[in-house]
Write a protein that binds this ligand. Structure first.
Ligand SMILES: Cc1cc2nc3c(=O)[nH]c(=O)nc-3n(C[C@H](O)[C@H](O)[C@H](O)COP(=O)(O)OP(=O)(O)OC[C@H]3O[C@@H](n4cnc5c(N)ncnc54)[C@H](O)[C@@H]3O)c2cc1C
Length: 472
């Protein structure tokens, strides 16, 4: 008989781990909601389809690598590269991202000649940062203290500008504040601030500006559908709407997990639950770390197509003030507004807008202020009230309630300190020998490709370390 692995949480991290373990374990995956994908959630408003959660898709190879043992990966997930993915607007300027270096330089030169000249050096440096981080962090799992004391890791970390903030790093290339705002926004991809997070996260620029930004016909949630199909094909036991409520421990091991319906014995347990909430479930002290941001979202159904790019950013006029407000737990008076308009590349579905502003991780925000920010951006983008036929507001509280997340902080601990960036919760529990952690709130961090990569790597290490007791 195969050993039994219990996976708690059917987000991308849990699904990636469950799929990778499936040839070797009898896998049971428990999800409190009635869908798989977690924050990657399809929402339908009448005939209009929306993807909540991930809309910016990067690094297809991390998804392909995880599903490749079970299917023809590129056929199942046919990512297509967007040529001009993200259009940015300020009061005085506009700029559209492209992986074409010359075209980026031409656009940067309109804002600032020096920034345009330094762009190739910036690209070379973010490529180097990505390569260091991929070797030292993204492909590594952290199971015990031993994993942290490797001299190679320390050496690589020192090469990755850990002491500089992202903004200070950007200043060394770009004298113009608008250009720093453009690239500093990458810190928000991990729910953090460009004025506090380490420069290492400039590596996110590699994803979009070197490797590219992608889309999938049918939307980002196609990823969750493909994982679900493969889990079923691999005979993973999927327990939807079945939340793990209790955990029983004996001799430093989890012996069973209990849901509202039943008890399930476990040989190993992999938690994809928000790390702070999992500690609560284990009956431990409350976790105290600075929380990453949450999000205020509006889903807007449009009557007819509009003139927008796939991704659109309307920048605020005072970026430092925006992050100061967020770190103080309030919404800024003027926020940067992001919107995703999949119709720009994929006309299969009705035209619809996913609009997001970063919000503090607190269950109460000023909803009127948030709505006003969205209104302002819609006006600038030329979208009239008469073009809107449906609207659904999703406050940060939704993240907290729906996905069982402490204060709705999407990425758990903020990456605004060295500790939050490089010493995220490890992938194996310190006390319980058969408990492992995956997902965006633990190492290596959040964002859909990184979460999938983390789930895949953790599962592979479990397989390797337990090869004695695993039966094929
Ligand atoms: C609004 C928003 C926009 C985003 N935009 C992007 C983007 O553009 N690009 C990108 O790459 N990433 C984006 N992300 C981040 C990305 O969605 C996450 O990093 C990733 O999906 C997290 O996956 P996960 O498996 O860690 O967690 P989750 O998706 O939260 O999965 C955890 C699952 O565990 C379940 N669960 C919790 N407790 C229990 C329990 N006790 N028993 C059973 N089940 C339980 C939850 O219901 C949930 O389904 C965005 C996220 C949000 C919210």
């Amino acid at each position: 008989m195969k050993q039994r692995a219990i996976v708690i949480g059917g987000g991308l991290g849990g699904m990636a781990a469950a799929l990778t373990l499936s040839p070797y374990y009898e896998v049971h995956l428990f999800e409190k909601n009635d869908w798989l994908g977690g924050k990657m959630q399809a929402i339908q408003l009448g005939a209009h389809h929306f993807d909540y959660g991930p809309n910016t898709l990067t690094m297809p190879r991390y998804f392909w690598e995880t599903i490749a043992p079970f299917c023809d990966a590129q056929k199942e997930l046919p990512f297509k590269k967007l040529q001009n993915p993200t259009h940015h607007k300020w009061a005085q300027y506009e700029l559209t991202f492209t992986t074409n270096r010359e075209k980026m330089q031409q656009q940067l030169a309109v804002i600032d000649e020096k920034s345009a000249q330094n762009y190739p050096a910036f690209l070379a440096e973010v490529t180097r940062l990505f390569q260091i981080s991929e070797q030292a962090f993204l492909t590594k799992t952290f199971f015990s203290a031993k994993d942290y004391v490797s001299p190679t890791l320390a050496y690589r970390l020192l090469q990755a500008h850990p002491w500089k903030t992202l903004d200070a790093f950007l200043k060394s290339f770009f004298p113009h504040p608008a250009v720093r705002q453009l690239f500093g926004r990458f810190a928000t991809y991990i729910g953090s601030s460009p004025y506090a997070s380490p420069a290492t996260f400039a590596l996110i620029a590699y994803f979009e500006l070197v490797d590219g930004t992608y889309y999938l016909r049918g939307g980002a949630t196609m990823i969750a559908h493909v994982f679900e199909k493969l889990l079923k094909r691999q005979h993973v036991h999927l327990h939807l709407q079945e939340s793990i409520e209790k955990i029983a421990i004996d001799d430093q091991r989890i012996v069973f997990c209990e849901t509202t319906k039943q008890r399930y014995g476990a040989d190993i347990v992999i938690s994809d639950v928000d790390y702070a909430k999992m500690q609560q479930l284990l009956g431990r002290d409350e976790v105290t770390y600075e929380l990453s941001t949450s999000a205020y979202v509006e889903l807007i159904a449009l009557k007819e197509p509009v003139s927008l790019h796939y991704h659109n950013v309307q920048f605020s006029s005072d970026y430092p003030a925006e992050f100061q407000a967020l770190r103080l737990g309030t919404l800024p008076n003027e926020a940067t507004v992001y919107s995703c308009y999949p119709f720009a590349a994929d006309q299969q579905k009705k035209p619809a807008l996913f609009v997001l502003i970063n919000a503090p991780a607190t269950t109460t925000i000023d909803l009127t202020l948030a709505k006003n920010q969205v209104e302002r951006a819609l006006k600038i983008w030329g979208i009239e009230e008469t073009q809107i036929i449906g609207r659904h507001v999703i406050p940060p509280d939704y993240v907290a309630q729906t996905f069982n997340v402490a204060q709705g902080a999407i990425y758990g601990q903020a990456s605004n300190t060295l500790r939050g960036s490089f010493l995220r919760p490890a992938n194996r529990d310190r006390q319980l020998k058969n408990l492992y952690f995956v997902g965006g709130t633990v190492h290596p961090g959040g964002g859909s490709p990184i979460v999938v990569k983390g789930g895949y790597e953790v599962a592979n290490r479990i397989i390797l370390e337990n090869s004695n007791c695993i039966k094929n």
